[in-house]
Write a protein of this length. Structure first.
Length: 440
């Protein structure tokens, strides 16, 4: 089949699990003979993962034409490797993963005022003008981008639309309205996962509209499927679970790295936000260090909670044993995994969570929260409730004090990992495609 895929990131410019998953899914689908037209927003000359980076006046995208999408940089085409059957396109837009109304407002402060949409009213209309002007707010930009994608879809030939997460929902519906082709909505994360008890009502409304309008829904875990049913009242029959996977070849390169000295390293890697539970990691670290004072804790990532957690580490008096690396990518991620003795993912609400699979690839034992989708796949991992820092500390101490326990966990988990690959995920997605094609 020929699929119009609407995503937000593509290697080498990725900032989180969504980009990794989109590449893995695309790789699996094309390896099984599917043709993919991949569309994403991007600022010309800038990595797709940096939506609020300062750009000069010379760098601003022109109005352009929807029939001439901006082709991604050569680096991205090279990252696709030998993937046959994939065409990558982008449109000028600052939209990207983890973008919020506040960070979008920061971006608008860096561009000339006449690049805003003509009016908030025009930005919300289905017939929004196809100009190079950005929306006056995040939702207006989402709608502007949807109009661009809708016009693009009207000129291309494909069998169905596969959209990822909330920012692609208006674009996916616009593409369906122009093409008449069925729409699959792939949910990697929900607003309730990202924002906890304080969701953005506008984002929730878009999610609800998209989940109702989609011809079928793919959820990355049963955990996410159940939340869709519970919070959005979507019929169970409309949802198919397709777990994410991991790219095995990339992990193999790190085995040559040797761990220095006897000091044990416990790793947290991810966005330092409420959803990921970094504060529980800090509290557990203090409890571990009271028993094992020579352990080093590393928090790799960036996010809005980072300043508060730095202060908390200082208050607890564990600064000498706790390091913040900031955002890591590429070989730096590989190196920190390979140097670690234990990986911890204490997420408050994790639809899936690819990073534990990556850790296992590097022979690193993992501790994950029960509130994560990946716990459905990996039986040989220690699991705790995210809020139970006593239990988390106890499990960290057990693994560090008893190396055979860690070896047993990684050995058994590696056997499980051999059965988890993107081709298997793609096979399940193709079954959804085929079922939908028969029904429409």
């Amino acid at each position: 089949m020929r699929v119009l895929m609407l995503g937000w990131e593509f290697p080498p410019y990725i900032s989180g699990g969504l980009g990794t998953a989109c590449f893995g899914i695309t790789s699996g689908l094309t390896s099984l003979g599917q043709e993919i037209i991949f569309v994403l927003p991007r600022l010309p000359g800038k990595p797709a993962a940096a939506p609020i980076e300062l750009i000069s006046a010379d760098d601003l995208p022109g109005a352009g034409s929807f029939s001439e999408p901006i082709v991604l940089a050569e680096e991205i085409r090279q990252a696709a490797g030998d993937l046959a059957g994939i065409e990558i396109n982008s449109f000028a837009s600052p939209l990207g993963p983890y973008l919020t109304e506040d960070t979008y407002g920061e971006f608008l402060g860096l561009v000339p005022g006449d690049w805003f949409s003509p009016s908030p009213q025009a930005a919300s209309e289905e017939t929004l003008l196809l100009t190079g002007q950005y929306g006056q707010n995040l939702l207006a930009e989402v709608m502007r981008y949807a109009s661009l994608v809708g016009e693009f879809a009207g000129q291309r030939s494909f069998d169905l639309i596969h959209a990822h997460d909330w920012m692609t929902i208006p674009a996916g519906i616009a593409a369906r309205n122009r093409s008449g082709k069925p729409l699959i909505l792939h949910i990697h994360s929900l607003e309730s996962d990202r924002s906890g008890d304080h969701p953005n009502s506008s984002v929730y409304d878009i999610e609800l509209y998209g989940l109702k309008e989609a011809d079928h829904i793919i959820a990355v875990s049963n955990y996410t499927k159940n939340r869709i049913i519970r919070f959005y009242r979507i019929p169970e029959a409309k949802i198919t679970v397709v777990h994410n996977a991991v790219t095995h070849q990339e992990a193999l390169r790190t085995y040559r790295i040797r761990k220095p000295g006897l000091r044990k390293i416990v790793l947290f890697i991810g966005r330092i936000t409420l959803q990921k539970g970094p504060d529980y990691f800090v509290e557990a670290a203090a409890k571990v260090l009271a028993i094992l004072p020579e352990v080093t804790f590393v928090m790799a990532g960036a996010g809005d909670m980072m300043p508060r957690l730095i202060e908390r580490v200082a208050d607890l008096g564990i600064g000498r044993n706790f390091h913040f690396t900031g955002f890591l990518k590429g070989e730096d991620v590989e190196r920190i995994f390979a140097l670690s003795d234990l990986y911890v993912m204490p997420s408050v609400s994790e639809p899936f969570g690819i990073s534990p699979l990556e850790a296992i690839s590097y022979d690193v034992p993992v501790i994950i929260s029960h509130q994560s989708g990946v716990s459905e796949l990996i039986r040989h991992a220690l699991k705790v409730d995210f809020w139970d820092t006593d239990a988390l500390a106890d499990r960290i101490i057990s693994v560090l004090k008893h190396p055979p326990l860690g070896e047993e966990l990684t050995g058994a988990a590696r056997e499980e990992l051999n059965k988890i690959h993107w081709t298997g995920s793609a096979e399940k997605i193709i079954k959804v495609y085929e079922k939908l094609a028969l029904e429409t």
